[in-house]
Design a protein around this ligand. Structure first.
Ligand SMILES: [Zn+2]
Length: 68
């Protein structure tokens, strides 16, 4: 199960949350303030060769590339 990283647009809280594939596209609520949170990344226990492949350009927070 993938562990997604979220950033709250309201209070700036960063947190991680497990999501099922069926919940992946649902809106995420910040656990701190209940505001809307955006997905900023994904944390996997094992690095696989697949790329996220989503062309979203949020521009929020530092962009981390697995390839440096
Ligand atoms: Zn919040």
């Amino acid at each position: 199960m993938p562990l997604y990283e979220y950033l709250c647009e309201t209070c700036g809280q960063k947190y991680e949350s497990y999501k099922r594939l069926t919940d992946e596209n649902k809106e995420e609520a910040c656990p701190a303030c209940g505001g809307r949170a955006v997905k900023t990344g994904i944390s996997l226990f094992t690095a696989k060769g697949s790329s996220p492949g989503n062309g979203s350009s949020c521009g929020i927070g530092p962009r981390r590339s697995p390839f440096g």
